[in-house]
Design a protein around this ligand. Structure first.
Ligand code: 13P
Ligand code: SF4
Length: 316
């Protein structure tokens, strides 16, 4: 196909090309729930961070196309050092990862040498390499509960998830002062208004939300846990306090239920992750066509970052 033909591909043709290239390259497309719905619909597997890591660890495909953000694709590369891992847009970052630079994290660790560092997967490979155990929002509680009670814990980089896990486990933890730009914007004032308008609705929330929101939630969990909850709940209306992309799977896999995205404080679309939304169908098509951009990492870093991820996988 020449360049001119490529520029006029319709979305439908682009989807056909993606499927053709995927088969030709024996590639697997892994997507997070916060991706655009057309990307979720094309993916072989859609999941939360833990499920996507597990899929990346077990895939027999020759090429991994990761439709998510950089730290997720990097984790897939750490688990598959010899396979190409494509990320449609290499600049798809994460505010939590950006807010935890390795040099400062190293100092944090050095200041507390007796502490075990439990680090949320939303961080760079360098920060993973400086950590003892990685966790995700779906296994953080289980992992912290396995650490002996007399061992002090550093939890980074999400203070909201850390505070939530501390409340759940009754463990005091030293928290890194980071937060997610999407989950910290949800408005308590708008929540109260929505609850008055929809008294039958249940509030469900991701643990990256602030405590004022979590305190009012009927259920708190990772994206996959929220999805399973709405599938099995006898209720029909839910106010959803996480990135709005998850609502696509909630609507697709349930009938007669309605989902109201919790709005942010400002009149913006800040409940959409700008990093996740950098990936588009066209960028997905182009990365499969060109085998670029790919995640590249030094093998020494790869090996160091793998240990705390392996610990997580064996503890969860
Ligand atoms: P999950 O692991 O719950 O999918 O969360 C990933 C994430 O980035 C939430 O903002
Ligand atoms: Fe990072 Fe927040 Fe986006 Fe998740 S929603 S990838 S935590 S910025």
């Amino acid at each position: 196909m020449n360049d001119e033909a490529r520029t006029v591909l319709t979305a439908e043709r682009m989807e056909e090309e993606i499927l053709r290239l995927k088969a030709e390259r024996n590639a697997v497309i892994l997507a997070h729930y916060y991706q655009e719905s057309e990307i979720q619909d094309l993916a072989d597997f859609v999941g939360d961070s833990l499920e996507l890591s597990r899929k990346a660890a077990s895939t027999s495909a020759d090429v991994i196309v990761f439709c998510g953000v950089h730290f997720m694709a990097e984790t897939a590369k750490i688990l598959n050092p010899h396979k190409p891992v494509l990320l449609p847009d290499l600049d798809a970052g994460c505010s939590l990862s950006d807010g935890c630079p390795p040099s400062l994290f190293r100092k944090f660790r050095e200041a507390h040498p007796e502490h075990v560092a439990v680090t949320y997967i939303n961080c760079s490979a360098e920060v993973k390499a400086l950590s003892d155990i990685i966790c995700t929002s779906s296994n953080a509680e289980r992992i912290v509960a396995q650490i002996p009670r007399d061992t002090p814990i550093l939890f980074s980089p999400d203070k909201n998830l850390g505070a939530y896990i501390a409340r759940k486990t009754g463990r005091e933890m030293l928290l890194w002062n980071g937060s997610c730009i999407v989950h910290e914007t949800f408005s308590e004032r708008k929540l109260v208004t929505l609850q008055l308008e929809h008294p039958e609705a249940e509030l469900i929330a991701h643990p990256e939300c602030e405590e004022v929101i979590l305190r009012k939630a009927s259920f708190i969990g990772s994206t996959s846990m929220l999805l399973r909850y709405v599938q099995s709940s006898p209720r029909n209306t839910f106010i959803v306090a996480t990135e709005a992309g998850i609502i696509h799977q909630m609507e697709r896999t349930t009938t007669g239920k309605s989902f109201i995205p919790l709005p942010p404080d400002a009149s913006c679309s800040c409940n959409e992750c700008p990093h996740m939304k950098r990936n588009t169908l066209e960028k997905l098509y182009r990365c499969l066509r060109d085998m670029h951009p790919q995640i590249e990492m030094e093998s020494a870093l790869l090996e160091k970052a793998r240990k705390p991820i392996d610990r997580m996988l064996s503890m969860s």
